[in-house]
Design a protein around this ligand. Sequence first.
Ligand code: HEM
Ligand code: HEM
Length: 220
Amino acid sequence: MNLVQAIEWAEGHHRRGMYTPIGVAFHWVMAALVIFQLGHGWYLSWQPVGGDKYLGYQTHTEIGLTIMVLGTLRFLWRSQIGTPDNVDEDSFAGRASHALQVWFYFSFFALPISGWVMWSTLPSDLPLSIAGVIPFPRLPFDQLSEALQFTLMQGAARAHVWIVWITALSIPGHAGAAVLHYLVKRDRVLQSMLDLNGPDEPGVVGAATDAGSRPPPLPR
Ligand code: HEM
Ligand code: HEM
């Protein structure tokens, strides 16, 4: 499938108000990784200092860097392919939902980068890698003065924890809004991310461009 065919395939889903299976897979895999990473990160921060904590943080860096790579691929996919048009972007709900989505994309990069800065200022012989497979370099901070390394470490740690908290608080708002769309507005927003209709509906590749316009609201 070339890019033009991929865009046509994706637009077929978007015309039906659905995300593509690729968009859905990105969403749920990354949601699971971010939620795991938040819980595991807090769990580690409560552990006593020692070898287990240290090895735990190595796993933490591997998953965090994987989130950054997936976030990059997802951003590229979304910037080429777009998204379905389910919410009025000028309404308050539309603007709030857009702001949260922008925040999530920001966190996919800002968390790993602040973590990378922290890890690079720590005296450590544990290597960094993406998903434990692809080696990833440390930043060359060992050439800086100790005072500067300490300042960088403190700044990055503060940023990491702030972004962690804002992201953790944003998730229930984002998920709650999706559930409210389903229960109160009874529109297709939540289904768009679950892709319940499957690929046989009109509007997917090969269907006429006017086929597959948005389905009617769910019956009450
Ligand atoms: C999306 C990715 C990430 C999430 C959600 C995340 C989440 C967290 C959480 C919840 C904590 C505990 C914060 C606390 O002490 O209250 C933490 C700490 C930490 N994270 Fe991450 N993290 C991510 C990526 C990374 C990456 C990629 C690295 C390193 C390359 C990293 C390095 C660290 C370090 C060194 C700490 C310890 C901070 C301290 O004790 O002051 N993190 N992270
Ligand atoms: C860590 C957890 C989560 C993150 C980081 C996250 C992130 C995102 C992002 C960035 C989008 C924009 C679409 C895209 O770029 O692919 C999105 C859309 C969406 N998410 Fe999540 N999400 C999370 C959890 C959830 C949960 C738990 C639910 C449902 C209960 C949910 C439901 C939705 C829905 C329905 C959309 C489509 C909204 C629309 O098109 O207006 N998300 N999410």
